[in-house]
Write a protein of this length. Structure first.
Length: 262
């Protein structure tokens, strides 16, 4: 089963990109972030025409997450306990075909360490970690995907010196990301491409629109697929599809995918 995550940066503005990628890549499950559409305005029908069920939680102009699946979607949750940003559409999870639970998350950007948005990002992460770790210990395999707005290590940037001391490189953010990783979740990309390997390809998932960043591959790896131990046992492969970032008026992010044998 191929599971992908993609910050599409407005699903209605890029519905043609979404449909083209679904047709070309044929993921079984796609986790979307930053759909920037109210729940009732999500493009359910054209997605259904491509053979995908979908569920979404959105808000006007900002945020928003969704799950698309070729298989039955049930038991949907659109937030988590003690969420300090419950008014913002940033999380959704669901059971897929009774076999696998997936979650789509859009972690706040945080802007910078001096911004009032930064402590809100940390508060969101502090509330988010316990329920995610609980899901990771359940009997049903769990895969969490999304735009985390965190580069876990310096190797997750083309030019790390540019980002030192600022979002998404701060020790506060990384500490919270590592709480997930040190308590049972596994980074699908780093299973195949460990930090210690000297021959890794570029693994960036986000590039600024300015200064030819994509053409120079001056980017960040901030989009992640995290697997619970049961899902890790079923792991087959992973990758980053840069193709949609080459299209006209693309999202600034590109899809990350993994394949698990379920």
């Amino acid at each position: 089963m191929k599971i992908a995550t993609w910050n599409i940066n407005s699903v209605r503005a890029r519905i043609d990109h979404l449909i083209k990628w679904l047709r070309d890549f044929q993921p079984d499950v796609l986790l979307l972030q930053e759909i920037k559409a109210q729940t009732e305005l999500f493009p359910y029908d054209p997605i259904m025409d491509e053979g995908y069920q979908s569920v979404a939680v959105g808000q006007k102009s900002y945020n928003g997450v969704a799950i698309l699946s070729k298989y039955r979607i049930e038991d949907v949750n659109i937030s988590f306990e003690n969420n300090p940003l419950s008014e913002e559409a940033r999380y959704i999870d669901a059971l897929i075909d009774g076999k696998l639970r997936v979650g789509s998350v859009y972690i706040p950007n945080g802007q910078n360490q001096k911004s009032e948005k930064f402590p809100k990002k940390l508060a969101f992460l502090d509330a988010f970690i316990p329920p995610i770790l609980e899901k990771a210990t359940e009997d049903t395999p769990f895969v969490l995907g999304g735009d985390f707005n965190i580069a876990p290590r310096d190797e997750d940037a083309t030019n790390p010196e540019k980002w030192h001391g600022d979002v998404p490189f701060t020790s506060d953010e990384r500490l919270r990301y590592n709480q997930l990783m040190h308590q049972g979740l596994y980074d699908a990309t780093r299973i195949k491409y460990p930090y210690e390997s000297p021959n890794n390809p570029s693994l960036m998932t986000w590039w600024d629109y300015r200064a030819g960043s994509f053409e120079k591959d001056n980017g960040l790896r901030i989009d992640h697929l995290l697997l619970c131990p049961q899902a890790t046992d079923l792991y087959v492969d992973t990758g980053i599809d840069r193709t949609p970032r080459t299209w006209e008026k693309p999202s600034d992010h590109t899809p990350v995918w993994c394949d698990i044998n379920i």
